[in-house]
Design a protein around this ligand. Structure first.
Ligand code: PEP
Length: 254
């Protein structure tokens, strides 16, 4: 099954509206050619989404939020609802990122509520999973991934899954400069695909795009993307500068 690459920039808590505009103006030239072989997504902080949306309006680059509420509206201080993201023109939302899990205590059940809420609002979840170093070293990798997948994607249908992107991000590789080797990443991705098959059947397993995340950069994107079960990347640090993000994508599609 042919799966188009999908590479997303997760800016985390970086770049207000002015820096966002500066990045996009510098990144857009040349992006059309890259987008023939790779879907490209940028995920700025909430306050920068309107500026990004207007600059990306006629472009090939899609817009993502980094989080969304599991509630529709009301007394939820500090939260942002799916309808607000719709109004701004957001198409994707990153959910279950390890920083949300570890720093803000988001559980599989809570993440699942957000995934389901996003899907009802026609937002595509980029659903993140991944193990800590301690979990990997104590032989718990498969158990952790199985629990995160079954919990986070609970009650989803086969139809829902055509809107979901999975991001496998080993926690020990995020922001550390330590990347999983292509073999390590491929092995985990193949396992995630078997979990998709168990949960949703062979067709969904074959069609779902699984991104790798964890210190992806221009220097390693080609060998990671060459792995049969790696269909893209979720990129933090190397996505903050337009030139390095462009090189990372160009090497991935070469
Ligand atoms: C991430 O935050 O999802 C990530 C993979 O970060 P980095 O590329 O900096 O490791």
């Amino acid at each position: 099954m042919e799966r188009k690459l999908i590479i997303a920039a997760n800016w985390k808590m970086n770049k207000g509206p002015a820096e966002t505009a500066e990045f996009i103006e510098s990144f857009l030239p040349g992006s059309e050619e890259l987008s023939e072989r790779c879907d490209i997504i940028i995920a700025p902080p909430f306050v920068s989404l309107p500026a990004a949306a207007s600059l990306l309006a006629d472009s090939v680059v899609a817009l993502s939020a980094q989080n969304v509420s599991d509630q529709d509206e009301g007394a939820f201080t500090g939260e942002v609802a799916t309808c607000m993201l719709n109004e701004v023109g957001v198409q994707y939302v990153i959910l279950g990122h390890s920083e949300r899990r570890a720093i803000y205590g988001e559980s599989d059940q809570f993440i699942n509520a957000k995934v389901r809420k996003a899907l009802t609002a026609d937002l595509h979840p980029i659903f993140c999973i991944g193990e800590t170093l301690e979990e990997r070293e104590s032989g718990k990798l498969e158990d952790v991934l199985r629990t995160q997948m079954s919990g986070g994607l609970a009650d989803l249908t086969v139809e829902h899954m055509s809107d979901v992107v999975v991001a496998y991000e080993p926690v020990w590789a995020i922001g550390t400069g330590v990347t999983a080797t292509p073999d390590q990443a491929q092995e985990a991705h193949a396992f995630v695909r078997t979990l998709l098959e168990e949960q949703f059947g062979a067709e969904v397993a074959g069609a779902t795009r699984i991104q790798y995340g964890g210190s992806v950069k221009a220097g390693n994107s080609a060998e990671l993307m060459a792995q049969v079960d790696i269909d893209g990347a979720l990129v933090g640090g190397a996505s903050l500068e337009a030139g390095s993000f462009r090189d990372l994508i160009a090497n991935a599609v070469a």
